[in-house]
Design a protein around this ligand. Structure first.
Ligand SMILES: [Zn+2]
Length: 215
């Protein structure tokens, strides 16, 4: 079975892994990657460009395997109402096109869970770059979310490793995100060690990517 890098900004071109390359408006004006997600990231939102950003999203969505990254970030200056408007627009596109949503969430887990409870989306939601407490992981799992882990697993002081140990095998993905010097193979090896399973079990024993994505 192939490895899956569920979220990367810098595809490696590895034949051993499927890579979902993240795109936002203005990125990759040329040939689109084979597998990509398209979304409106809260860091880059501007009131003046929201309409053209949405046009871009609607144009890219049919060819995407996922929508995102999109979400809420309490540490960025982007106004909260603009973040929420863009997030809800991405949720709508995810539901209309039948594609999972990859979520960027910083200090806004309760808000994301509240939106999910309110809108009751059918599509899977994947919280990417997760590095919070097992308790937060449990709340997100209870709300039906999937989690994705990456570079924080290599930081002994992060909560990511303890959370990864607590997550059922069929509820998480792995990623390299914006780390240029990290391979998805290394993330799988690290995750296998943290969970106390073999590399083989790590690759075959978890969520079946083709049950979530049309790869
Ligand atoms: Zn990212």
């Amino acid at each position: 079975m192939k490895l899956l890098n569920v979220h990367t900004h810098y595809p490696s071109g590895s034949h051993a892994a499927d890579e979902i390359v993240n795109l936002r408006p203005g990125e990759y004006s040329g040939v689109l990657p084979r597998l990509y997600s398209a979304g409106l990231h809260p860091w880059f939102l501007r009131e003046a460009s929201l309409e053209s950003d949405l046009e871009w999203l609607h144009a890219c969505a049919p060819g995407a395997v996922a929508i995102g990254e999109a979400g809420l970030d309490k540490l960025v200056n982007t106004p909260a109402d603009l973040q929420m408007a863009a997030f809800r627009a991405c949720i709508t596109v995810s539901e209309q096109t039948g594609k999972p949503l990859i979520i960027h969430c910083v200090k806004a887990y309760e808000a994301v869970i509240a939106v999910k409870k309110n809108l009751k989306p059918v599509q899977p939601w994947i919280i990417h770059g997760f590095d919070k407490h097992p308790q937060t992981a449990a709340e997100l799992l209870r709300a039906g979310c999937y989690l994705s882990f990456g570079k924080a697993l290599f930081n002994d002081r992060s909560h990511a490793a303890r959370s990864l140990q607590s997550v059922p095998a069929d509820r998480f993905f792995l990623e390299t995100d914006d780390a240029r010097d990290l391979t998805i193979e290394a993330v799988y090896t690290r995750a296998a060690r943290i969970r106390g399973v073999t590399q083989e079990e790590m690759t075959t024993g978890g969520v079946r990517p083709d049950s979530i994505f049309r790869l």
